[in-house]
Write a protein that binds this ligand. Structure first.
Ligand SMILES: [Zn+2]
Length: 485
């Protein structure tokens, strides 16, 4: 990479190392070299830019560290756009997870197209590091590589599948050897990602759900993470149905059981740890989950949108953080708009707590940057600091929704969101500019995904427990008027 100078940036959010928090600076030159931030200096109007350096005029810009998204499913979620937003099962405390998982299966062509659209959504909203939790398929790592983002490949594996025979019933269908076979495949893929010459692909150990993987395999998965230095993640306390089942199996909550078998460590990222023992939808007597999570040093992948759609939320961001749980942010579902997710995190925390102090812009931005980077064991990411990665988001202060730029981070989070993101850089390379990815080919993605979704909705009739097709499971939001005479 050539050297780059962001010249006289009007505003930047830089890392205040002694205070361990982000801080504003104004009128600053940011030098990038070899994919890193080389220097941050007060702008000197008398000193011209050095020759041979690419200059980015910073007068109209807010410069932010790239966002870190620790929980996404890019290869499926855009495929249920228009399907899942109003869908849920009242008999399962509103979650639609189990019903959709059984009925809907996106084919490979659709998953590849979904992934392209999702990666474009991610970078459009300022994400430079993404944890991609997927059932692997051929070409998965290729799209990561093409995008230019820093990607953590999390190839999922599980020993059981959820099955429903009625709205009020979920059962676990265990297949001997399936989890082990998936674990073997996952190991090969994780090693392949880590060998990638771009240096931007990493791996995360991902047994898919706490309730679908047997205990010895969960233990082995964590042992692998420890041996290889990789982060570890799984879905846990994400549904009332799951928590009740884990209590039935083990006599204790999934969080406390996970602690007993050694899964809760500082390398553990818990998606989504919402339904703790003390959550009103659970009401289990122990009241210990949050303390156990804090003692073991875990991070939470906080993804408010999918749960808010069901009428549920984590209770609450400020309380978890105050008790010492490390908070990171993810999007989980489409749209992969981490800026809007930050806004929702603030609003839900305040509504859950009925307290303005339960979350604010600074706390949630910290989670979406430093919180995620540290959860992934990468202190060079999520902050603008000399020697740190040149992963940056350039925000247009001239966008009307940023005006007036009195407090531009607030303007971005509460007002403009992705609409004001002009350029996204990873290791100093521009991967997104002026509304489009620079490397990622989106040409056919929307059309391919539409066709694939149509097949998925049609074929749901063979998979759904009531034999319904997708339009019956999730009707359109409005009825059709029919032909107009
Ligand atoms: Zn998830």
């Amino acid at each position: 990479m050539a050297e780059i100078l962001i010249h006289n940036a009007a505003w930047a959010v830089v890392w205040d190392a002694p205070a361990r928090r982000h801080a504003y600076v104004r009128g600053v030159d940011i030098h990038l070299a070899d994919g890193k931030v080389a220097a941050i200096a007060a702008h000197d109007p008398a000193a011209p830019p050095p020759p041979g350096v690419e200059v980015i005029a910073g007068e109209g810009l807010l410069v932010l560290p790239g966002l870190v998204n620790v929980h996404t499913h890019p290869t499926t979620e855009p495929g249920i756009r228009g399907v899942r937003e109003d869908h849920g099962v009242p008999e399962q405390q509103m979650t639609g997870l189990f019903e959709r998982s059984q009925a809907f299966r996106l084919d490979e062509a659709g998953r590849r197209a979904a992934m392209r659209l999702a990666y474009a959504e991610l970078m459009a909203a300022g994400v430079t590091s993404v944890v991609d939790l997927s059932a692997p398929f051929p070409g998965w790592l290729d799209v990561m590589r093409e995008s230019g983002l820093r990607s953590w490949a999390g190839p999922g594996f599980a020993s059981a599948q959820w099955d429903m025979a009625a709205p009020q019933t979920v059962t676990w269908e265990w297949t001997e050897g399936a989890g082990r076979a998936g674990f073997q495949r996952a190991q090969a893929l994780m090693e392949e990602a880590e060998r990638d010459p771009s240096g931007r692909l990493s791996a995360i150990v991902f047994p898919a759900q706490i309730d679908t993987v047997e205990e010895d395999l969960l233990r082995d998965a964590m042992a692998l993470a420890e041996q290889t230095g990789r982060p570890f993640t799984t879905h846990i306390a994400q549904a009332v149905v799951e928590v009740r089942e884990m209590i039935r199996r083990h006599g204790t909550t999934p969080i406390q059981w996970a602690a007993e078998i050694g899964l809760l460590t500082p390398r553990s990222i818990l998606g989504h740890a919402i339904f703790l023992d003390e959550h009103p939808s659970i009401g289990w007597h122990t009241q210990r989950d949050l303390a156990v999570m804090a003692e073991r040093g875990v991070a939470v992948a906080h993804c408010p949108s999918p749960f808010a759609r069901y009428g549920e939320h984590l209770k609450h961001f400020g309380r978890y953080a105050d008790r010492g749980v490390r908070m990171a942010m993810g999007t989980d579902c489409a749209p992969h708009n981490l800026i809007e997710e930050m806004r929702l995190a603030i609003l839900l925390a305040r509504n859950a707590a009925r307290d303005l102090a339960a979350a604010d812009t600074a706390a949630v931005f910290h989670a979406a940057t430093v919180g995620g980077a540290e959860a992934l064991g990468r202190p060079d990411l999520g902050r603008i600091t000399p020697g740190g990665a040149a992963d940056l988001v350039l925000v247009d202060l001239a966008h009307p929704l940023m005006a007036p730029p009195r407090d531009p981070l607030r303007a971005l989070v509460f007002h403009a969101a992705d609409r004001a993101v002009r350029r996204v850089m990873v290791a100093g390379e521009t991967v997104f500019a002026d509304g489009r990815p620079t490397r990622l080919d989106l040409a056919d993605a929307a059309g391919v995904l539409a066709e694939s979704q149509a097949r998925m909705l049609r074929d749901a009739a063979q998979r759904d427990y009531l034999g319904r097709d997708g339009d019956m499971i999730a009707p359109l939001s409005l009825h059709g008027l029919g032909p107009i005479a």
